[in-house]
Design a binder for this molecule. Structure first.
Ligand SMILES: O=C(O)CCC(=O)C(=O)O
Ligand SMILES: [Fe+2]
Ligand SMILES: [Zn+2]
Length: 394
């Protein structure tokens, strides 16, 4: 893991304390040059950086430019800066005195990490590393007890981002443990099923999950504009016959579809369809494609749930091709080469990326025993946030 980004508050703190020595073990500045466009810096590891004047002025960490308590920016960069500041080295760090005599002190390591064209954000990097499942993918298991240490927590969250699925093993058989795990990371993302939901067969179900029927691979809440990013499913009881869990990497399978049947792939990307949930109190719907790409053609999200697909409202000529494309994607997803199956044991929790990895379960027989899962959702922002916080003390 690379060095975490040091933050403005840390810089500010050291500057306030008059400690302008560089971050322990970090780079120091050796050469500085300022003109009326930019400040050019060289560090003792021979790296260089060029910083436009307005960028530096905008990032001044002093307490007039950043709120001393909230650390948020106060300075507003509206006027261009066209006069070279006086630049001096102070114990390997940078001091700038601007034409209006405002003084900015910058930490050498802070600048090094943020030099233009060399932008790194270790957690951002991590998010870009999504490793598609191979055909013999086996999910990583982390012991619940290990996930309680900072290192173990980092490991399971990083695995979750990388693989889109991770299992926590041997947790307590305790009501609400899923909520405690979630809250360590961030607020639970509520939906029309509540912030924390129980999955067992209920007398008057408003959702297929609350019956004992099998659930084909699906994503949760594709009928929402912003479906939940991360789902946690914690097993408390599972001794009914059946009820095995199913998972497939929707992104890996969509890529396989793109290769094998490009026209079907395009149809699923380019055809918005309706998803809708209705019960006594709610009617939540959205029109969106099954496969969504970003501006550069990379996969952004899969929306897939056959039971909350609404009426297929398409022009006559598009209906048959859409069903054909859907069928091809369905068959690939449920191909044993892509779909994995496992039986959750009590005390075990699956965490998965609901917008990438599809989940399902085999039917179970409620007359043979009890099956009870507790679930909740989290925003991926909270996973990233937690990882950044954990990285502050590597
Ligand atoms: O019963 C299960 O294993 C999964 C239920 C489900 O799909 C859900 O709670 O979202
Ligand atoms: Fe589900
Ligand atoms: Zn300032």
């Amino acid at each position: 893991m690379s060095t975490p980004l040091i933050e403005i508050p840390a810089t500010q703190h050291r500057i306030d304390m008059g400690e302008l020595s560089s971050y322990v073990g970090g780079q120091q500045l050796t050469d500085i040059k300022a003109d009326d466009e930019c400040v050019s810096l060289r560090w003792n590891d021979a790296s260089q950086g060029h910083f436009p004047l307005l960028w530096l002025r905008d990032h001044c960490p002093c307490i007039q430019c950043r709120h001393p308590l909230t650390r948020e920016r106060l300075f507003v960069p509206l006027a261009d800066i066209e006069v070279a500041p006086q630049a001096t080295l102070v114990k390997g760090n940078l001091r700038l005195q601007w034409a209006d005599s405002h003084v900015s002190l910058f930490d050498a390591v802070w600048l090094h990490q943020r030099r233009p064209d060399n932008d790194i954000d270790p957690v951002g990097e991590l998010l870009r590393i999504r490793r598609p499942w191979s055909t013999n993918f086996v999910p990583t298991h982390v012991l619940h007890a290990d996930s309680m240490s900072e290192e173990g927590e980092r490991h399971w969250l990083e695995t979750l981002l990388r693989d889109g699925l991770v299992l926590l093993d041997e947790g307590p058989l305790a009501d609400e443990e899923v909520s405690r795990i979630a809250r360590r990371i961030g607020p639970m993302r509520a939906s029309n099923f509540g912030a924390r939901f129980d999955v067992y067969s209920k007398p008057n179900p408003n959702n297929a999950a609350y019956t004992s029927i099998g659930l084909a691979l699906h994503s949760d809440l594709p009928n929402w504009r912003q479906p939940p990013d991360i789902q946690l499913l914690y097993c408390l009881q599972n001794d009914a016959a059946g009820g095995e869990s199913l998972f497939a990497d929707g992104f890996a399978v969509a890529e396989a579809l793109r290769q094998a049947a490009p026209q079907a792939f395009r149809t699923l990307c380019e055809t918005p369809i309706d998803f809708r949930f209705q019960d006594e109190e709610q009617d939540i719907g959205i029109r969106a494609p099954v496969i969504e790409l970003n501006a550069t053609g990379q996969l952004r999200e899969i929306r897939f749930s056959n039971w909350i697909r609404d009426t297929l409202r398409l022009p006559f000529d598009e209906i048959s091709p859409w069903y054909a494309a859907f069928r091809q994607f369905w068959q690939l997803l449920h191909d044993p080469k892509h779909q994995i199956e496992l039986a959750l044991v009590p005390g075990q929790m699956a965490a998965f990326d609901n917008r990438r990895v599809l989940h399902g379960r085999r039917a179970f027989d409620p007359t043979t025993g009890k099956r009870h899962l507790q679930g909740t959702y989290l925003d991926i922002d909270m996973i990233e946030s937690r990882l950044r916080v954990l990285q502050r003390n590597p």
